[in-house]
Ligand binder design. Sequence first.
Ligand SMILES: Cc1ncc(COP(=O)(O)O)c(C=O)c1O
Length: 389
Amino acid sequence: MPAGRHFLQIPGPTNVPDRVLRAIDRPTIDHRGPEFQLLGKEVLEGMKRIFRTRHPVVIYPASGTGAWEAALVNTLSPKDKVLMAETGHFAALWHKMAKKLSLDVELIPGDWRHGADHAAIERRLAADTGRAIKAVCVVHNETSTGVTSRIAEIRAAIDRAMHPALFMVDTISSLASIDYRHEEWRVDVTVAGSQKGLMLPPGLGFNAVSEKALAASKTARLPRSYWDWQPMLQANDKGYFPYTPATNLLYGLKEALAMLAEEGLANVFARHDRHAEATRRAVKAWGLEILCAEPREYSSSLTAVLMPQGHSADALRQTILDRFDMSLGSGLGRLADKVFRIGHLGDFNDLMLAGTLGGIEMGLGVAGVPHQRGGITAALDYLAGNRAA
Ligand SMILES: Cc1ncc(COP(=O)(O)O)c(C=O)c1O
């Protein structure tokens, strides 16, 4: 085993802070007892502040994929028409799931370098005079590309089309990293997971649910049992769960919520913006290309970097893992071997970023990838000149 700490710089799961690890490392308690009830109430309320909603948040013992499924099966019926935007690999996976669930999905094509096209969504909704489209589904931060879709603008596009479709948003790699407002943007179901901005291990999936989504769930006919909101919300009312919850992850969630409250969400977002900008300065100084083609859509939680023609991203990542004990994100789907992804989200600070960029710059040299030196200096100059909040 190499000495020193491993650098886990994939865009999730992220580094779990010691405070959260210590919180999880406690005896599991009776999930039907009074001590659990207090914990249940506290984390269910606390998550509302993270999603910025007054309405219910559902917590599943599941990965993000489960929370995707829960959003669809609670609100829709077989053959319902759903509009999705192809922003990258994760949007493609959600699309595939919706088809498997017998939904009639229309995909607005994308080039995997831009966010969801709000003008195309507006045109499609405006043309839907029969109001056949029941839901619009968008991935806020596309983890495969490092592109952040502009959710407020998509909300405005749906409003301009005066379309009643439900609006569902995946915030798996943006929640608690990038500004997000479930209620203000009138999102009906927001999907999230524990292993990214919330700084927890994988294992919790979330749905933030609007009143409109809750009303839709009363008549939605897709089969559901484990994911059913109704028994969940009934039990949650008293701080409990209808089946065994992931108690120890909820200890961790309570601690993570305390950490986010201490820092303040606005400061958390500013910290992510600052580290993302420093990372992009390093990438540009190396002479490499950022995959995201629209600066307004640069992701603050990760940066995907295109490899120069003829060079393998996977070979570079392997070199960096072998030599410097750092994991970087791989290219997914059609981007396999073409990009590497730098995760700069979660429990992360200036020195961790300096170490991350140092490992990449050294790795580029060892792997013989054409680049200019000076990426780290460009990033450090930016950090030094722009103090953290
Ligand atoms: C944007 C996005 N959506 C969905 C998923 C799937 O979540 P999970 O792997 O937790 O099931 C991920 C995982 O990285 C993701 O980044």
